[in-house]
Design a protein around this ligand. Sequence first.
Ligand code: C2O
Ligand code: CU
Length: 665
Amino acid sequence: MTTGMWIILDHVVALLSIAAWFTAGVTLALRRTRLALTGLVAAVLVTLVRVGTLAMLAGRGWWFVQEKVLLGLPLLGAAGAVAVLVAGPQLLAVRRGRAAGGSARGVVSVFTAGYAALAGLVVTFLVGYPLTVSAALITISLVGAGALLTARVVTAPVEDSADAGVAQAPEDRRAISRRRFLGWTGGAVVVTAAGAGTGLSFLPTESVTRGGGPGRSSRAAVSVADLRGSGSPAPGGTVRRQVLTAKKATVRLPSGREIDAWTYNGEVPGPAITANQGDLIEVRLHNADIDDGVTLHWHGYDVPCGEDGAPGVTQLAVRPGADFVYRFRADQVGTYWYHTHYASHVGVHKGLYGTLVVQPRDGQRADEHSTAEQVDLTLPVHTFDGTVVIAGGDGRTEHFAPPGAPVRLRVINTDSDPHRIVLAGTPFRVAAVDGRDLNQPGEVSDVGLHLPAGGRYDLVFLMPDTSVALVVDDDRDGGVRLRPPGDARGEARVEDTSDLPELDLLRYGAPAAVPFDSRSADRHFTMVLDRGVAMVDGKPAFAQTVNGRGHPAIPDQLVAEGDIVRFTVVNRSLETHPWHLHGHPVLILSRNGTPSTGSPLWVDTFDVRPGETWVVAFRATNPGIWMNHCHNLPHAHQGMMLRLHYDGVTTPFGGSHGGSPGHGH
Ligand code: C2O
Ligand code: CU
């Protein structure tokens, strides 16, 4: 069973235990002793099962159980034990006919166990990892308050009669005053704990984590505004100038469907930017009428930080009527893309994206690569209102390819959710992932490829003399077809692709040397991803959190130039999080404790699925302040975003907690 399944199973068992404790409590209050006894036994058994599921989860990582083991389970264990000790003997006595019914104490104790069980689950959903003293105090006080209120309700009739001055036996009066004393002291304890818990939650928190490395040095500061790209191409390279105008436009898809899009130059996707290695790319971004503002972020391309397009961090958002010129040398070959980084959960979704492909210097010229010998297609996949649009085409698109021609399909996921990619009709290789070539990628066929949000796969093969289909999300009617010219048989039928197994890239290709010793690291940061109540942009929200916090209250990760940095990324939630670091590719070291054994895998986005734990590393060689976030862009907007901050780098564009950084607003 995967960790994700254990997480779900544990939630189910937790729900059952809540149900069992409350059933026992209600039936006991109604004096249905037989049912109450059954309920109590069931509650105890389910609680014991819970110990088992938690032990299993703990084996997958402390992050998955911390708040349950430190708070939920002890609280339930204590309350449950009291309930059994108080209500159990009473119920047994009734059953043997030696008593008439359960007492108020029994009812209160069983209900309190129910509150404890409920509180444990609520803490898991609202707080998660890490558990804070503040959250623990508030939880305990709430359970205590529940117990006191229940006691009040259950014993009210007796007390009311006391208040009404009804004559009572002295022992009754003594019992009542003792109960009142207990109620008052209990109330005082509850209020104190709640107050302390609430107070603690307002304590200032760290704004930086060091990951075990040294803290800030007194290095002379450099501003991101000065970390700009080179003004000239490499010898022999050219300057590729382009103007991208961000504007609203109605775009007509090939099917005739029209979409109200936000575009670069009125096109969706925006103009394809191509270059040869060593060329200088110079793009003037002009904002015509996108009121919110726009930027250009070169996704996966390790530009100097000042060209990175992160609003509030590396520049200010480009407002309507304004311009910003991006300039960087295309030293990395491969498949990339660009998109706005301002309110990107809206802007990218609506169409502010395009492709960036850099060809090797000794290869063909980028602007005339579609020769008869070579088919090189760039295929960004984007979803508009439920319609998958591939490279601007909806429905099925066709291309011709002569048999024997080397073909490269550059598939880019510009959506916020993963896509499943199948290439049917030919064996192929995954030549590159996220723009970086794999080492000795083997030939595969009949496999599905899981393409994370933001990710790219370059698929290469020799064109057979029959047609080939690129199938996205197992939709056999859509996708892309390659057909040999004059193939009179038309296209071959595509078989059902939904059962094909998924290719595991951590075991694909051959190992090779990597440029640093991945066993050692100068800094290590753990990011536990979840949902919970947290502040996002200064407002409380049911946020997408990193270590229990939301942007911009998640501490910056401090690194120094040259550091080897390791990330452990843990997904406690039930959603997939495509983790994306700007400015650096990361090397995948392991997933769920199993080391990567295939080709070195350098990526800029890796999908951390529910219950998964990934360990990756990189060397800090690109000074700046870099966004580090979930590339499910709505998640980033809901708080799942932080910054990797090089020692000695400053920003004039917002400061660590000011302005409107990143995707927000
Ligand atoms: Cu493709 Cu910060 O994003
Ligand atoms: Cu996410």
